[in-house]
Design a protein around this ligand. Structure first.
Ligand code: NDP
Length: 447
């Protein structure tokens, strides 16, 4: 499968030890396949066992989270934090609360985060954590008690210069606030230990919108460079209806696109007139209800239960829900319908087979570790503001976000060209992210 004996050997060894972690293996395989030209050019990487070290988290923390539900029953969940790599800064990456959470999923996310954070150009290492707790259907008081119980263990492992968590699936502003409150109570410290905080207590403007907006800034830049084109007049399919999806849909619309789909785990809505985002925000953010409720207020829309949005014809596809949500059959449908660009808002939403099919059909493919890096980039800007005890304006942060996303496109294209691979966004993103971490690891010696 690999061209180099080194990558093959490292992957074989990992596969035999981690065969029970399919998502982690998938993420490692993708990176190793992409960075082989770097391995060939730089034998010092093998001499210093960089691959063997970069695929092992620095630290894996696993803990019990015991809490009491509204009925007075004791509940027990699993909590995790994978501190993957801190060669270029404190561990940084979100917390995911979802029933599907396990070590494999968090390891793949932590591993990807190392390279994504590197691409932002900021001083952030990679980490990820979470729990198999599912906030859906839980009362406010239950969510608060769970967050407090989770932080009661996590607080001893994190800190503003050590490890800085943030939100992810199931962890939005509400959960971040409860987590921060408990950290502050336990440590008697008010600092930038977690990002995505409320504006009243150390949060940054644009953080809520950052991943979705950043995804569209990145896509816009790629459309401009690759096709001399823009969002204007394009039909856009968005999956998901959480934080990333809502603000991707908002920015895509502001840039002239027509967003016609959104989804949740029950199915998708199709609104050929263009999604009414105020209605989506009311349903998903204010009422925390199911997306199917949308059609009650919009006669132009339909709800398709149990299906994915990729069966709807679009020019631009923005997968913003979860991992492996575009498989080969979905890619085939997107290609047949004339989709020109797939830009990942979620982490690893496209399976390897689907990526191969899209690339073979010359659909422009924007990998999540580059295209969705806007969220963590603004988290980095939140850390900077917290350290400086300053708050920047919306326009200041938004301008910095736009610059960072454009720089990511430029640095991935430059990396790809350095290795004679043309303007390959996919290989370039993995190479550019990898090179910076490797430089830091080589300089810092064997640790
Ligand atoms: P949210 O919890 O806010 O939203 C997730 C959305 O995806 C919901 O609509 C949810 O539907 C849907 N979803 C989740 N799991 C599934 C599933 N198995 N099948 C179908 N739909 C599903 O999460 P975010 O928007 O924050 O995150 C979305 C993706 O973006 C994730 O991959 C995350 O890792 C990635 N990401 C997030 C960043 C951020 O800043 N938040 C930064 C970079 C990447 P339902 O409500 O029914 O569960």
């Amino acid at each position: 499968m690999f061209q180099t004996e080194y990558a093959q050997r490292v992957f074989d060894a990992l596969e035999s030890r981690s065969s029970h972690e399919p998502e982690f293996l998938q993420a490692v395989r993708e990176v190793l396949l992409s960075i082989e030209p770097v391995l060939t050019k730089h034998p010092e990487i093998e001499r210093n066992a960089i691959l063997e070290r970069i695929i092992e988290p620095d630290r894996q923390i696993k803990f019990r989270v015991s809490w009491v539900d509204d009925a007075g029953k004791v509940q027990v969940n699993r909590g995790y934090r994978f501190e993957f790599n801190s060669a270029i800064g404190p561990y940084k990456g979100g917390l995911r609360f979802h029933s599907s959470v396990n070590a494999s999923i968090l390891k793949f996310l932590g591993f990807e985060q190392v390279f994504k954070n590197s691409l932002t150009g900021l001083w952030m290492g990679g980490g990820k954590g979470g729990s198999d707790f599912d906030p859906h259907g839980r009362s406010e008081a239950e969510v608060m008690r769970f967050c407090q119980a989770f932080m009661t263990e996590l607080y001893r492992h994190i800190g503003p210069d050590t490890d800085v968590p943030a939100g992810d699936i199931g962890v939005g502003g509400r959960e971040v606030a409860y987590l921060f409150g408990q950290y502050r109570r336990l440590t008697n410290q008010f600092n930038g230990v977690i990002t995505g905080k409320g504006l009243a207590f150390g949060g940054s403007l644009v953080r809520t919108e950052a991943t979705g907006y950043g995804l569209c800034y990145y896509t816009q830049e790629v459309l401009r460079l690759a096709m001399n084109d823009s969002f204007d007049g394009k039909t856009v399919a968005v999956s998901g209806s959480g934080n990333v999806a809502i603000f991707a849909a908002e920015k895509a619309s502001q840039l002239g696109g027509k967003v016609v789909t959104m989804s949740d785990s029950s199915g998708y809505i199709h609104d050929p007139d263009g999604i009414d985002l105020n209605l989506i925000k009311e349903i998903k953010l204010n009422r925390r209800a199911r997306i199917a409720e949308y059609i009650a207020s919009r006669p132009s829309a339909s709800f398709v239960e149990g299906h994915k949005v990729w069966e709807v014809k679009c020019d631009i596809a923005l997968p913003c829900a979860t991992q492996n949500e575009i498989d080969q059959a979905d890619a085939t449908m997107l290609i047949a319908a004339g989709c020109k660009i797939v830009a990942e808002g979620a982490n690893m939403p496209t399976t390897p087979e689907a990526i191969d099919a899209l690339r073979a059909a010359e659909v422009v493919f924007c990998p999540g570790k580059a295209s969705n890096a806007g969220g963590v980039a603004v988290s980095g800007l939140e850390m900077a503001q917290d350290s400086a005890r300053l708050a920047w304006t919306f326009d200041e942060v938004d301008a910095k976000l736009q610059t960072i996303m454009k720089n990511i496109v430029a640095s991935t294209i430059a990396a790809s060209n350095r290795y004679g691979l043309g303007n390959d966004l996919f290989l370039g993103a993995n190479i550019a992210g990898f090179e910076r971490v490797v430089e830091a690891m080589l300089a810092q010696g064997v640790i």
